[in-house]
Write a protein that binds this ligand. Structure first.
Ligand code: PEP
Ligand code: MG
Length: 776
């Protein structure tokens, strides 16, 4: 086994011999350095550890980490190894100044055998760099922004090799994401979203608008040990007993596994199980965890801490065999965890719960008691993730895509969430909370102004009626959406997701009947099951590399015709005597698919008529949300009664941007000129076929775009319930001709920003504020 000192010595020896870093070191070092950042208590300590490790791993004489100062943009030395510690915070370079400023400015690496001869070189007397002319600098770039610069220097007048450069660039890229999140927790008070608001803050994507403050409740997957939050033990004895029982059960399982024919046949396998059993009963794991429980931690948290601690020791070992024991310990920890939480451990949801998790779904939302949910913070996802759409519809603020931050650290802490800007403040200060109240007052004033627009038919400034419908998923939205002209989209996958099996015919009947009765005689568009993508059914687990391109929507139900037919039967039953149901088919990508679905629909209808007697045939429509369907829209329209455009998916598929991936969320632009032209073509196709066309994507609920859609000729807009009064109010200020002119101008634009400018200009001119709402 090598000690870290041996590694340095080895590496230095290699440098003396002029050899590059062996490739085998790279991955290990990268992983280790990133681990340093994520596990360090703060950014300063993280960077201090990083520069030390990089200096050792690359066998260089100096390693420096600079970070850009948010206010000035200056690159400031925040950590150095091989330098006097007094220089930290003292050395700074303006943008473009010196080699450091140059690396930041060009956002690319610079490698020089002798930096002193470079025209940009600026000599810093106290750094000792005069003796180290070999220079290699790489930018720390995160989401297109240069956060800082990582520099290594060598004494000899000898350049850095390509491998060195590749290593530092890769390391900087890995580090930048971790630095961005570590830094996010140390934002200075005035760097927040408004004057005087502050506290450490995480940035993400806007999920659903609104602000809220409350207590974080972190959800974790029972298999994800590293997501387990720290919590106080409610009862130390019970926790200790539960932990001992989990150990005993895991041990039993190991004994059974060890004696299985497969393991007995292999000496190696048997030895491994023996080693696991020893680990399970070791002082480190067993007593260590019990000690933490005794100190007041709940058992899962105590287990995570101990496993992390020991895995950290293993990871720091240079012997690959011993490092591997770290992963054994982690998988053992996972096993114990599953036994401990039994797959599900109901959390306590205090009033003002802010639900925090890697990935949150409809079931998680449904578990929080009505009225207790104050907001949602999700590590993954974007505005168009289904949980964000659900939150929006329920008026719950949500921030999506906060990324790799160790969320378990947030459990039980006070958070303030700004869904307008996509920010989450951790332990917000008094000023931040005052700002929250100010926004909430403005929201109340806006709500009062909008109260006039909650009900009644919508019309344009010249008195033409406009059909504004609502999108529904959760039962709570039914009452809220009551003032609409009908339901343009009922996402039936949500009731399916809240069950532990497919809902029975009768259960489905009850659910659909409730919605149809609430809106009768107004139309209710019931979309057939659109599970898949980010709407997994818990009882139909599917593993796919690209779920949005996989077994989703109509593809799944055509493969399971019994599910499709049961749903149609329940809709027909629920429609009896009311006569306001419409049926909508999701994810239609071509005529074969459509015709198969229509044939199944007709067959179900025939059987239903045979069994129940004469029955109304509900209008049936197709969603246009897959690009191929744009080019066949007219043929599709001829075969159905109406079209409905899903701009959420249409945008994702046209622009090749995963709607749930926060890394590319900024590219998810539904006003992209290509999307607008597609929308125009779909309207033209529907006209040619003589069929009505609606839009039920989130775009229809945005004030400016709603005008554009009506101007393009959409017959009906369907939106989340909270958007309805806004849109009714905005539509009332414009004539149809004005909207048509806006659409014509927008179609001439060659970029989305120009379209947004046109729409914002029109809203401002109409006295509605750039976003169609009073400024907050
Ligand atoms: C859409 O894709 O625009 C749509 C309305 O459907 P969903 O968001 O449920 O996929
Ligand atoms: Mg869709």
């Amino acid at each position: 086994m090598h000690s870290p000192a041996d590694t340095t010595a080895d590496a230095l020896a290699q440098t003396a011999g002029g050899a590059a870093i062996p490739a085998s070191l790279h991955l290990m070092d990268l992983a280790r350095v990133v681990h340093e950042v994520v596990s360090a208590p703060d950014l300063d300590q993280a960077l201090t550890r990083v520069v030390r490790h990089v200096r050792e791993a690359m066998a260089v004489d100096i390693c420096e980490a600079y970070l850009g100062e948010p206010k000035t943009g200056d690159q400031v030395l925040l950590a150095g190894s091989g330098l006097s510690p007094h220089l930290v915070g003292q050395v700074r370079f303006r943008a473009g100044e010196g080699l450091i400023g140059r690396v930041a400015e060009r956002a690319g690496p610079i490698a020089l055998a002798d930096a002193t001869t470079h025209p940009d070189y600026i000599f810093h007397r106290k750094t000792g760099e005069a003796d180290c002319p070999g220079f290699l600098g790489a930018p720390l770039t995160h989401q297109g922004q240069v956060l800082g610069v990582l520099v290594v220097r060598r004494r000899a007048h000898r350049g850095f090799s390509d491998t060195d450069e590749a290593f530092l660039v890769t390391l900087a890229a890995q580090l930048a994401g971790a630095v961005a999140y570590a830094r996010a927790t140390a934002v200075p008070p005035d760097a927040g979203m408004g004057k005087g608001r502050g506290g450490p803050c995480l940035s993400g994507q806007v999920g659903a608008p609104g602000v809220g403050a409350g207590t974080a409740v972190v959800l974790f997957h029972p298999m994800a040990l590293d997501e387990v939050p720290d919590r106080a033990a409610a009862n130390i004895e019970t926790e200790a007993l539960a932990f001992r029982a989990a150990i005993a059960r895991t041990l039993e399982e190991l004994t059974v596994l060890r004696s299985s024919p497969v393991s007995s046949a292999s000496a190696l396998c048997a030895a491994l199980f023996d080693a696991y059993a020893l680990m399970l009963q070791s002082d480190e794991l067993l007593l260590g965890t019990l000690e933490r429980i005794d100190a007041g931690h709940w058992a899962p948290g105590a287990l995570r801490q101990i496993v992390e601690e020991h895995c950290g020791h293993f990871a720091a070992m240079d012997d690959p065999y011993l490092r591997e024991r770290g992963s054994d310990l982690r998988s053992l920890g996972q096993r114990i965890l599953v036994r401990l939480v039994g797959g599900h451990r109901p959390a306590v949801y205090p009033p003002g719960t802010l639900l925090v998790g890697e990935q949150i779904d409809a079931m998680d939302l449904a578990e929080v008691p009505e009225g207790s949910l104050a907001g949602i913070v999700c590590a993954r996802g974007s505005t168009l993730s289904h949980v964000a759409i659900l939150a929006h519809a329920r008026g719950i603020p949500a921030v999506m895509g906060v990324g790799d931050y160790p969320l378990h650290q947030l459990d039980g802490r006070t958070l303030m969430l700004d869904g307008y800007l996509g920010r989450v403040y951790i332990d917000p200060d008094a000023e931040a909370l005052r700002e929250l109240e100010r926004i909430q007052r403005a929201e109340r004033a806006m709500a009062a102004e909008l109260s006039h627009w909650r009900r009644g038919p919508a019309s344009t400034a010249d008195g033409l009626p406009v059909a504004l419908m609502v999108n529904l998923a959760a039962p709570a939205e039914v009452a809220l959406g009551a003032g609409a002209d009908g339901v343009g989209l009922y996402r039936t996958e949500h009731p399916f997701m809240l069950h532990e099996r497919f809902p029975s015919d009768d259960e489905q009947y009850q659910i659909y009947r409730h919605v149809l009765a609430a809106f009768a005689p107004r139309a209710v568009t019931i979309r057939t099951l659109d599970a898949g993508g980010d709407k997994a059914l818990p009882y139909l687990p599917v593993r796919e590399d690209n779920p949005f391109l996989g077994w989703r929507g109509i593809r799944m139900t055509l493969d399971r015709p019994e599910v499709f037919m049961a749903q149609i039967r329940a809709i027909l039953r629920a429609d009896a005597g009311l006569g306001n149901a419409r049926v909508l088919l999701p994810m239609i990508s071509g005529l074969e698919e459509l015709e198969r679905a229509l044939a199944l629909f007709e067959r179900t209808l025939d059987h239903f008529v045979q069994d129940e007697g004469p029955t109304r045939r509900p209008p049936i429509g197709a969603m246009i949300e897959v690009p191929s369907a744009i080019y066949q829209a007219e043929a599709v329209a001829r075969r159905v009664d109406f079209l409905s455009v899903g701009t959420n998916d249409l945008t994702q598929y046209l622009l090749a941007v995963d709607r749930t991936n926060p890394r590319v969320a900024a590219l998810l632009e539904p006003l992209h000129p290509a999307v607008l032209r597609a929308l125009r073509d779909i309207v033209d196709a529907a006209r040619a076929a003589g069929k009505p066309v609606g839009c039920c994507g989130e775009l229809a609920g945005e004030p400016g775009p709603a005008l554009l859609l009506l101007g393009l000729g959409f017959d009906e807009l369907s939106m989340g319930v909270t958007a309805l009064p806004h849109i009714r109010r905005v539509v009332h200020r414009f004539t149809l001709e004005q909207m048509q002119r806006l659409a014509q101008r927008a179609l001439l634009c060659d970029r989305a920003q120009a379209v947004r400018d046109i729409l914002e200009g029109a809203l401002t001119e109409a006295g509605l504020g750039a976003l169609g709402a009073p400024a907050l």
